[in-house]
Design a protein around this ligand. Structure first.
Ligand code: TRP
Ligand code: ZN
Length: 902
């Protein structure tokens, strides 16, 4: 990117006196879907890539759709295109024959079958929005999902128009030696003037959002995969030359994903080549373009000294996610963008399952639920709440959300639970059999699963329209005389639901549960009227009514109820059980997720009580039961290091805030800091022992055992460093100095930042000096400072926004500082002075004209403004109004801000 957003035309410091309302943007509604009036059989594109102006020649074979009006005009999408010529069947059209506006090209009279040729000019070097064709580090690349293709050429830019593409790229041979597009390379050669070309042909019909090209000076790390049916596929990871030694993990991850999809779902790859290109400037994580994935470099590049264990896992997961899209997204695609969860929810579900199979199922599940509760539950209770299949949108880019992705995945997970693994597989097979090569809907998916299993999934379908996190209420009674134990389950509308949601249609909710005897053993699960207990220690109850009672027999002593094992439904549980019951589950639940969850609930109660004490000015006293429970976890030989680290990580302040009517910003922070220190003091002995027992014994290795060891080692370091005594600080200093890998280095630096003072300054300076030339590692340097709890964090973040290495031109860098601060640091972002708000709003205003998509993500940090006290509300409201009043505000940011202000 050549242009820096620093030179924004907008002047962010001028407050708008009275926010003017721009013309209401156009709302797109699901119910308005109309099939396209034309289909496109073949697409031929020729790109003349040039530093100044690039030219796109397009030849489209068009056909009036069967059922479409004989006089229907051809309306093509096109934005920011300079039209050079347009011809039908070889005859150039005069300007009277067509009409162009900011978003479309309309040709009134066209035959039923014809060839359309257009020539347009575009300027990729000026494209700072990073959608369509743009430049990153001097290379050309594309991002077309959802509606970027219309910024490349005039087209029916909608996913239900699928066509075969043949693409020729021509460019300067020296500067752009590598020319890539979807499919197979069928021709290449020299051109006059030091230029060359390559032609690519993709045999599979695809929607335009899956189009991709890349041109640049790149190196390839290659490998191979032989499919189950014996076809050899060439695998290529393309990166900038200096990164060629960071590709092996991505390649191995791809091979693992390809094998897994064959074994778990019987799905093979279908082209002879699979390419992945890593780029530095990318709005999202990665993109599943057919045969040519384009990735944010963050999700490709890894070397032990630059990438953490979490980075390695994230790369494996994102590589797999994009690969899995080849079947769930590409071969079977979405009819319209309201169906986005059809491909995203399903593909997230598949990558979750893959991660569970590759690593630890319990750890994977816990991480997923944590992410869901932190981001999706918050979204679902705020102004952006929407169903996994939205009913309307203004800017589609705003609907690539935690709800569509993560809750969408939970909905698929419930189907798997209800149908069982074999039934789910039967349903998936039928889905692919019926719909391969088609653009379909969420209802088509559900019908395939229902039909393959002879099941009625009508009521289940309501999950696709449901808004907000439903509440699952549980109440129990036990009669020792008869041995009867009654579990009454009730579904209630979301807590945040206003009037009108009371009559929410009843959902079909799978509740996986078990009962534990006082000694911790699992009880047989036999309902009254059943001949025998169900097999296993867990059974799935299906709640379909508003309330249902389940009466278990043979329960002599009051049991502890383990509910929502594996988090079997994305609901908020309301079950007022005793702390003792939680402690029993924590110690003995056979479901590792439920054990962790019981611990989180216990910790949450303790923290919320302490928060009240802090607010009321009472002295804070640690609850001994929490200390005992944490001590037991540390000593438990059955738990691996990762599980111990997760169990000992207290609920974050954002999750805690969701359980308060008005978020007590300072109280929560004080309570959490207090508990961390109290636990560190009380468990000092075991923590020190663990820290030395888990010291590295050999060179870095990325195996599960080593990852577990490092997680526990760093968990112990974090607690000890919170004590702030010389001996503990020395441990962090030494680890920072000696680390041979980024996990240990980053965790040590995080500790030094919390400690503050000279050790922080020395650590930060050293890290910066070592990594200043490495963008991905430098991002970590910004993030660690932005998420810190240290008292002067706000000052640091304000200063970092002016650091020479900070730029709004790169989305990763923007997120590293600002999204980390605004979305992850509740205490400091919500500083009562309002200066955190001011900073974020300034940057949104500055960025919006250049990259509205990233600006819209940032501004969502204000979405939950009504959940804070009146002073903070007023301060955030003022910033939102200032942004809303900005002249020329983008549709993306405008939509988020308008919803927040409603
Ligand atoms: N389909 C991509 C995925 O796998 C999401 C994505 C990548 C995207 N880049 C984008 C969505 C740009 C919108 C805009 O999840
Ligand atoms: Zn995806």
């Amino acid at each position: 990117m050549s242009e820096a957003p620093g030179q924004a035309a907008a002047s962010p410091s001028t407050p708008a006196s009275a926010p003017q309302r721009p013309a209401p943007p156009q709302v797109i509604r699901r119910e308005d879907y109309c099939p396209p009036a034309f289909g496109i059989d073949r697409v031929e594109l020729r790109f003349e890539l040039d530093e100044d102006v690039s030219t796109v020649h397009a030849t489209l074979a068009l056909r009036r759709a069967p059922g479409a009006a004989a006089d229907a005009a051809l309306v093509l999408d096109g934005e920011g295109l300079v039209l050079r010529s347009v011809a039908i069947d070889g005859r150039t059209l005069g300007p009277e024959a067509y009409a162009q506006d900011a978003a479309t090209l309309t040709i009134a009279a066209v035959p039923d079958v014809f060839e359309l040729r257009t020539v347009v000019e575009i300027r990729p070097q000026d494209n700072t929005e990073l959608t369509g064709l743009y430049r990153s580090s001097g290379n050309y690349c594309t991002q077309c999902e959802a509606e970027g293709f219309r910024r490349i050429t005039f087209f029916l830019d909608r996913p239900d128009v699928m066509a075969r593409y043949r693409v020729t790229l021509a460019a300067d041979r020296t500067r752009y030696p590598v020319l890539l597009a979807n499919g197979n390379r069928v021709a290449a050669g020299e051109l006059p003037g030091g230029r060359h070309f390559a032609t690519w042909d993709d045999p599979f019909p695809k929607p335009s959002y899956l189009f991709a090209l890349v041109a640049g000076d790149l190196r390839c790390h290659a490998g191979e995969f032989t499919t189950a049916s014996g076809r050899r596929v060439r695998l290529e990871i393309w990166v900038e030359p200096e990164n060629i030694d960071r590709c092996e993990h991505a390649l191995r991850s791809l091979q693992r994903a390809m094998l897994w999809d064959e074994q778990r779902f019987g799905r093979e790859y279908d082209l002879d080549i699979y390419m992945i290109v890593a780029v530095s400037d990318f709005n999202m994580g990665a993109m599943e373009n057919k045969g040519l994935n384009i990735f944010n470099a963050k999700y490709v590049l890894a070397r032990p000294d630059t990438a953490t264990d979490d980075d390695y896992e994230a790369i494996e997961k994102v590589i797999a996610h994009e690969y899995f899209h080849n079947w769930t997204g590409n071969r079977v695609t979405c009819r319209d963008w309201f169906q986005l969860t059809l491909k995203e929810g399903l593909t997230v579900f598949r990558d979750h399952w893959f991660s569970a199979d590759m690593g630890s199922p319990a750890v994977t599940r816990i991480a997923e639920v944590l992410a869901l509760r932190t981001a999706q539950f918050a979204e679902d209770s705020g102004p952006m709440a929407h169903p996994i299949r939205p009913e309307s949108y203004v800017e589609m880019n705003n609907f690539y959300t935690a709800t569509v992705y993560e809750k969408g995945s939970e909905v698929i997970g419930m189907l798997r639970t209800l149908l069982g693994d074999a039934g789910f597989r039967r349903g998936m097979d039928l889905y692919f059999e019926r719909h391969d090569g088609q653009a379909v809907t969420c209802d088509d998916f559900r019908a395939a699963l229902a039909d393959a299993n002879g099941r009625d999934l009508e009521q289940f379908g309501r999950w696709y329209s449901q808004v907000g996190t439903p509440v699952l209420r549980a109440r129990t009674t036990h009669d020792p005389a008869t041995g009867r134990f009654t579990l009454r389950l009730e579904q209630a509308p979301p807590l945040a639901a206003g009037a009108g949601r009371e009559a929410a249609p009843l959902l079909h909710i799978p509740v996986a549960m078990g009962l534990l005897a006082p000694d911790g053993s699992s009880l047989p699960l036999q309902l009254v009227g059943e001949a025998a207990a169900s097999p296993g220690e867990t059974r799935v109850l299906e709640l379909r009514e508003q309330a249902q009672s389940f009466e278990f027999v043979g329960v002599q002593e009051a049991p502890a109820v383990s509910l929502l094992r594996g988090f079997s439904a994305p609901v908020e549980l309301d079950y007022p059980r005793s702390d003792d019951e939680l402690a029993r589950l924590m110690g003995a639940d056979p479901d590792a997720f439920a054990r962790w969850d019981a611990g989180q609930e216990l910790a949450r109660r303790v923290l919320l009580r302490l928060c009240d004490d802090a607010v009321a000015g009472r002295e804070l006293v640690i609850d001994e039961r929490l200390v005992t429970a944490c001590g037991r976890v540390l000593a438990d030989p059955r738990l691996d290091g990762s599980l111990k680290a997760l169990a000992l990580t207290l609920p974050n302040e954002r999750i805690l805030g969701q359980h308060q009517t008005i978020v007590a910003v300072e109280g929560l922070h004080r309570a959490r800091q207090f508990v961390v220190r109290a636990l560190a003091e009380a468990l000092q002995g075991p923590l020190r022992a663990i820290y030395s027992e888990t010291a590295p014994r050999g060179p870095y290795a990325i195996t599960q055992a080593e990852i577990d060891r490092r997680r526990l080692h760093n968990l112990a370091l974090g607690y000890l460093a919170a004590l702030g005594d010389d001996a503990s600080v020395a441990l962090a200093v030494a680890q920072f100095k000696d680390a041979d890998n980024m996990s240990d280095s980053q965790e040590a630096l995080a500790c030094l930042i919390e400690v503050g003072g000279p050790v922080r300054e020395a650590g930060l300076a050293e890290f910066h000096a070592r990594w200043r030339g490495d963008a991905l590692v430098l991002d970590k340097w910004f993030t660690l400072q932005a998420v810190s709890g240290h008292p002067d964090t706000l000052e640091r973040v304000l200063a970092l926004a002016h650091h020479p290495d900070f730029t709004l031109a790169n989305p990763n860098r923007t997120r590293a500082l600002l999204a980390s601060f605004g979305l992850r640091n509740q205490f400091h972002f919500h500083d009562a002075s309002g200066r955190g708000y001011q900073l974020l709003a300034d940057k949104v205003c500055e960025l919006d004209p250049h990259n509205p998509h990233v600006a819209a993500r940032l501004v969502s940090a204000f979405n939950n403004w009504r959940r804070f006290d009146s002073g903070r509300q007023a301060a955030m409201h003022a910033q939102l109004q200032r942004i809303a009043g900005l002249p020329g505000l983008s549709r993306s940011t405008q939509e988020i801000v308008a919803r927040a202000l409603v």
